[in-house]
Structure formats: structure tokens, C-alpha cells
Design a protein around this ligand. Structure first.
Ligand code: NAP
Length: 304
């Protein structure tokens, strides 16, 4: 059930096709949405297109940043705007204390300015309910990349998946469903038991150096250096690595290049391969989080 956001004032700053879906949902639920950096017209009720950050942030009860939040230099990620939108502490400090600031994930710069402004940062991709849904387009995108970069079918391929968390489990399940011969590498014995129950092979990281030589396609989801120079030395030269873990990934890319192994970092897959679906995921989850946060502050939000 979606909440009633009537009268809530929220700023949506920058982003890509995902935030366009989100803005439309927020407005449909009754929120008054101030938008900056998105190609939206102001015809729908409750939407105001703003010309700058000061205007967009004035008098709002919550701020929604795009999934990647701020880029390294403090610019808001924004695919539709050429001129940089720089979010600063000086702008944020004008908001009431503990105003919620949503982003998919936060780099150190965003964490720092939100904390120093005494606001509340909510990183939605760290929530299971979002990460699990997001793993569906991520898995499809990773497999799509593998198909585009190999000369073999996924069916019957010897595919390795490193990590069996939210994304690893979805990739492994998808590959298995496509008829690949899947080996999952997981450090948890319980995960390895689950992999076995699902009809796939499971190995531990200790067993990886011996097992990896047979891999034709390797998907990494572990956000730590796991495909080291030492492991890569045992990988077939014509194997392809799709590293899904957030930058810098878990692959020694320099070593892979030296060994002529094709290794690709694959950031932001949901937004790239299925922006509409990824937008719907945000539009399903953020209104409820927004309602919860604002109810906590003043108890005014109801349920539609
Ligand atoms: P997750 O649920 O936390 O899964 C992470 C997996 O890595 C778990 O299996 C975990 O094992 C394992 N792991 C962590 N540290 C390890 C270590 N030192 N050694 C061995 N295994 C280790 O995370 P997720 O949601 O699947 O996301 C995984 C990564 O992909 C993150 O970096 C995330 O940001 C990224 N991601 C990228 C995209 C994209 O579009 N490229 C999309 C979604 C996610 P345990 O379970 O034993 O802790």
C-alpha cells in the first residue's frame, strides 16, 4: 500500500530516468515536488521546476538525491544537466535538523556534509528490500554483458559466481536457469549448503585457486580484492570477468590486463539496462520511507 503524501514538500535533485519515474509517483501520491536537473515539465500537479539548488531546497521537508548521490567532486549525479550541480554544506545547513536526505549510496563527501549539517542520511541501496529487488536488473545486466563479451553461450558454460549475497544469489540463479554449469564461491558454509541444495556446485575461497582454472565466465560480487594476481594467474586466458562489485571492484585489473584476460567493471547496471524497472523499485520504496521518516518527525502522514 502506498502512503498518502499530501502536502509533503520534497526536493528531487538530479539523477536519470529512474528519478523521472519517482517524481511522477511522488506527485501522484500528493507530495509537492521541487525538481532540479530532470527533463520534466511542470504540468503534472504539485511539480515545480527549479532553476538552482537554493530554490529547490527552500522550505522542503526531505531531499532525494540520485542513486549514486554525489560524485567525487561533490557534484550531484545528473545525466540531463551539463552544468555541475554542486551540493555544499552551506546549502544543507539551512534545512531543519534531521531532515531526511535519501541517496542510493553515499560516498565519503556526501556522508561528511550531511553529518556536519545535522541531517539524516538514508542510503536506500543498503536496505534488503531495495537491494534484493535491484539484484534482478543487476543480474540480467551482468549476464547481458557476459553474452556480449564471450563467443560461447551461457548454456553449458562453466560460470563462476563469487559471493552469494543479494546480487550473487540472483546472478547464480539466473545462470542456473539458463543451463550454465554454475560454481558459486562463498565463504559461508551455510551459503555453500544452500548453493548445493539449489543444484549448483559450491566452493570456499580456500578452494578457489584450484577450482578457478576451469572457469569460462567469472562474475564477481564481492566488494573486496578477491581476484588477485595470484588467482588470475590460474584463470584461462580466454575467460571473461564481469566485476559487478562497486568500484574499484574485486579484481586486480592491472594484473588481468597484463595476463590478457578480459576483465570488465560493471557499475550501475540497473540504471543502464532497465531504468524503468529500477525507477519503479525506487518509486515503490522511497514513498514509504519518506512517510515513515516524516511521521517520526511530526506524525502528519497517513495511508492512502
Ligand atoms: P551483499 O548482499 O552484502 O553480498 C556481498 C557478498 O560478498 C556476500 O556473499 C559476502 O559474504 C561476500 N563478501 C564480502 N566480503 C567478503 C570477503 N572479504 N571475502 C569473501 N566474501 C566476502 O551485497 P550485494 O547487495 O550483493 O552487493 C555486492 C556488491 O555489488 C556491492 O559492492 C554492491 O555495491 C554491488 N552492486 C553493484 C551493482 C551494479 O550495478 N554493478 C548492483 C548491485 C550491487 P558473506 O555473506 O559471508 O558476508
Amino acid at each position: 500500500m502506498q502512503p498518502d503524501l499530501k502536502g509533503i514538500k520534497v526536493a528531487v535533485l538530479g539523477g536519470d530516468a529512474r528519478e523521472i519515474v519517482l517524481v511522477s509517483t511522488l506527485s501522484r501520491l500528493g507530495a509537492y515536488v521541487k525538481v532540479l536537473g530532470l527533463p520534466i515539465n511542470s504540468d503534472p500537479p504539485h511539480i515545480t521546476i527549479c532553476g538552482n539548488l537554493e530554490e529547490a531546497l527552500a522550505d522542503v521537508q526531505a531531499v532525494i538525491l540520485p542513486v549514486p548521490g554525489l560524485l567525487e567532486k561533490g557534484n550531484i549525479y545528473c545525466v540531463y544537466e551539463d552544468k555541475p550541480l554542486v551540493l555544499t554544506e552551506a546549502l544543507l545547513v539551512k534545512l531543519p535538523p534531521q531532515t531526511p536526505v535519501f541517496a542510493g549510496f553515499a560516498r565519503p563527501k556526501l556522508k561528511e556534509i550531511v553529518q556536519r549539517s545535522n541531517l539524516k542520511l538514508i542510503q536506500v541501496l543498503s536496505l534488503d528490500e531495495v537491494a534484493i529487488l535491484n539484484s534482478i536488473p543487476s543480474a540480467e545486466g551482468a549476464v547481458q554483458m557476459a553474452m556480449e563479451n564471450t563467443a560461447i553461450t551461457i548454456h553449458n558454460s562453466k560460470s563462476f559466481v563469487l559471493g552469494f549475497g543479494r546480487t550473487g544469489a540472483s546472478i547464480a540463479r539466473l545462470l542456473h536457469g539458463m543451463g550454465a554449469r554454475v560454481t558459486v564461491v562463498a565463504r559461508s558454509a551455510a551459503h555453500r549448503a544452500r548453493v548445493y541444495e539449489m543444484g549448483m556446485e559450491a566452493v570456499s575461497f580456500d578452494e578457489l585457486p584450484d577450482a578457478i582454472a576451469k572457469a569460462e565466465i567469472i562474475f564477481n560480487t564481492v566488494p573486496k580484492m578477491v581476484l588477485t594476481n595470484c588467482i588470475l594467474n590460474k584463470v584461462k586466458e580466454d575467460a571473461v570477468i564481469i566485476d559487478v562489485a562497486s568500484p574499484p571492484g574485486g579484481t586486480d585489473f592491472d594484473a588481468a590486463a597484463r595476463l590478457s584476460i578480459k576483465a570488465l567493471l560493471a557499475p550501475g547496471l540497473p540504471g543502464k539496462v532497465a531504468p524503468k524497472t529500477a525507477g519503479r523499485i525506487l518509486a515503490k520504496v522511497i514513498p514509504n520511507l519518506l512517510a515513515q521518516e516524516l511521521q517520526r518527525n511530526d506524525g502528519t502522514v497517513g495511508t492512502a
